[in-house]
Design a protein around this ligand. Structure first.
Ligand SMILES: *Cc1c(COP(=O)(O)O)cnc(C)c1O
Length: 455
């Protein structure tokens, strides 16, 4: 009785504009501040490290719709639209009356949603005459996506990969090198920031914070080199709205509208990507969809972090961003969802959370893998360890529906596949993985180092 249903858009129905939720927010996000002067940053300040166009998009609080350059639309067509799938088999296994849909962002050859922003970021750099691009990567999905996009536009890419992730996921480094990028484990000895960190802590395993410091240092000390970030920033979430804009049309094809939209949460780009286009209808038309961001219990910035200005990196090179944060020197446990090990949440999302327009939930590592394995066995797709958090949160909601008998429509984003994360699955199956409890004292310690701008 259960038959899989997939909804795909034709080429001429693909989005031609991204949705900029900043324009529709009643409370606008607070401005990013210069780390030295503590003054609000201008586009020109940001354009020292990012492409000019992305810097403009970052601070744009007035234009709700931003044109996707035609050349970028052409590249999107290589792999978009992505399927929206009704997960009948998962519903059946759970015995839930809920209708579960997922947007499958794992179908492109890079295997995650990250390429949606890598392409425009490299495109703008090329347009603006940049020759080199550098970035950080955790689990390696962003590094892989950026390396591919750099090769498309003939840019030279240098990637700093979190050391522990490099050991857990060696194939991702190989993928980056295959696309022609150079890859360094962070902290490395190739930058001052890296050397300082290693001197302080010789066995530092690296975090996204250390890798960002190194990449920014390279960008600011290399001529014609820009820095690209794969999450957290407003322009990254902007590019990701192609996910939600497509899903909106696809849900219409399915004749439904989501009661709950769910995504896993690292810095907020895939969450914002699927959520913002639907949230627009909450903001403008009074729809009541709920938005749930699923973060790892070991890195709980949304539920246990503090709303304060903080640095995006370990060394304090980035602008100060107003966000929910665990403190920029917070060292998350070595969970396998490398893409979710980041201390802060994006600026837009932090404001939305503060204003009660969305919520966060914490998922322990074992629950995430249990959910991922059920999804694999029912839907035939092995999800990225990051995406497993969204699946676990969806299953929680579906089981609530089973109790109440409510036929809710749940939509989650499958942000990537886990085919390069099989060592993580092996560890789970062998029983080698565990949950990490984080004490309030641990959190208080790293929050102590916050700059304290808001109080
Ligand atoms: C990077 C990544 C994430 C987390 O990043 P967000 O910016 O929060 O989306 C989630 N899932 C996958 C597969 C990733 O590669």
């Amino acid at each position: 009785m259960s038959k899989q249903k997939k909804f795909i858009l034709a080429e001429n129905e693909l989005p031609t504009q991204w949705y900029n939720i900043q324009a529709d927010m009643t409370t606008k996000p607070l401005p990013p501040l210069h780390p030295g002067t503590k003054k609000p940053l201008t586009v020109d300040d940001l354009a020292h490290i990012f492409s000019k166009e992305c810097s403009k998009q970052e601070l744009d609080t007035t234009n709700a719709w931003i044109d996707i350059p035609e050349e970028v639309q052409e590249k999107y067509k290589f792999y978009r639209s992505t399927p929206l799938v009704r997960a009948y088999a998962l519903e059946e296994a759970l015995g839930t009356p809920a209708h579960i849909y997922f947007k499958n962002e794992s179908t492109n050859p890079l295997g995650s949603h990250k390429v949606n922003s890598a392409i425009p970021q490299c495109y703008y750099c090329k347009q603006e005459g940049t020759t080199n691009i550098t970035t950080e990567t955790g689990a390696g999905q962003w590094g892989a996506a950026l390396s591919y996009a750099a090769s498309v536009y003939g840019l030279e890419a240098a990637v700093y990969q979190v050391k522990i992730s490099m050991q857990q996921k060696p194939y991702r480094s190989s993928i980056m090198r295959t696309f022609g990028a150079t890859v360094e484990g962070s902290p490395s000895l190739s930058t001052r920031a890296g050397k300082d960190i290693i001197t302080r802590e010789p066995n530092h395993q690296g975090t996204l914070g250390t890798a960002i410091s190194e990449a920014i240092e390279l960008a600011t000390t290399t001529p014609n080199c820009k820095y690209a970030l794969g999450s957290v920033l407003n322009h990254v979430a902007l590019h990701q709205t192609v996910i939600g804009l497509e899903a909106e049309k696809q849900m219409e094809m399915a004749g439904e509208y989501p009661d709950k939209v769910i995504a896993c949460f690292g810095g907020g780009s895939n969450f914002g990507g699927i959520a913002f286009p639907f949230m627009r209808h909450n903001l403008l038309e009074g729809k009541k969809t709920e938005f749930i961001a699923a973060e790892p219990a070991s890195c709980p910035k949304l539920t246990r972090g503090k709303f304060e200005y903080d640095f995006g990196d370990e060394a304090g090179y980035t602008p100060l961003l107003p966000m929910y944060t665990l403190g920029h020197d917070f060292k998350p446990a070595n969970i396998h969802a490398g893409g979710l090990r980041y201390h802060g949440a994006g600026v837009i999302i932090s404001q939305l959370l503060k204003d009660g327009l969305m919520k966060g939930v914490d998922i322990p590592q074992l629950e995430s893998f249990e959910a991922g394995i059920l999804f694999a066995r029912t839907e035939g797709i092995i999800p990225a360890p990051e995406s497993c958090h969204a699946i676990a949160a969806t299953i929680r909601e579906a089981l609530k529906c089973k109790e109440t008998g409510e036929e809710q429509v749940l939509l989650f984003n499958l942000s990537g596949h886990g085919l390069i994360d099989m060592t993580a699955y092996d560890s789970y199956i062998r029983g080698d993985l565990r949950n990490y409890d984080l004490s309030d004292e641990d959190i208080a310690k790293s929050l102590d180092a916050l700059p304290k701008i808001l109080q």
